[in-house]
Write a protein that binds this ligand. Sequence first.
Ligand code: AP5
Ligand code: MG
Length: 214
Amino acid sequence: MRAVLLGPPGAGKGTQAVKLVEKYRIPQISTGDIFRKNIKEETELGKKVQEYTTSGRLVPDELVVDLVKDRLQQEDCKNGYLLDGFPRTISQAEQLDEYLKERGEQLDAVINFEVGHDTLMERLTGRRICKVCGAGYHVKNIPPRVEGVCDKCGGELEQRKDDTAETAEKRIAVYEESTAPLIDYYAKNGALKNFNAEKDHSIVFEEIIAALGE
Ligand code: AP5
Ligand code: MG
């Protein structure tokens, strides 16, 4: 399975990725997660991207595309992968297409998450992430058993720096301008599959696997 998760910030891409990775036994490649890890570890890449991610702007294409190409060359991507948050611009999509052609591969599906603005804002501002293992929660929709504590590892939960109301609004606007055009792009190449992601996360998952097959 070679698939892209496409959708606005807070649509549930990461939430579904965790379950899809388990179901299809393929790696999740989240450019956002890769950037956050590099920022935390204060690497050269982390220093370059920090200002963009915390202000809700897109990281320049040239810093993203080579990173993904390198990641796709790793052994665990041989039988498929789930791209989460990439591509995010038409230029990134074109460069991915070219690269896939070189590899003799094509995308099986572009899973497009449809969610309205108010739901996105509620999801982003209520999201909490485990500082230790990275597991995701929502204060109301997907709460941990004990407030502020990760169910999986007991780690402390924190808010992402870009999940303030102001930066969330900015990210949604950036999505509309730069990423939403990819819906048409992938509709034309036939890989696009649309999902109403306002529904409960377990229903969204069932609908995705029903469309993708076993
Ligand atoms: P990235 O980390 O990719 O963030 P994003 O696209 O803004 O998406 P999110 O991770 O915020 O949302 P999600 O769809 O994963 O939602 P989640 O499942 O967590 O990117 C961050 C930054 O990195 C960018 O702003 C940019 O600067 C940079 N970047 C990354 N990739 C780039 C690229 N290719 N090019 C350039 N720059 C790039 O869910 C959200 C919340 O809702 C959670 O609390 C969850 O529990 C809850 N929830 C999920 N599903 C449901 C449901 N069905 N019902 C109720 N609640 C739900
Ligand atoms: Mg995510």
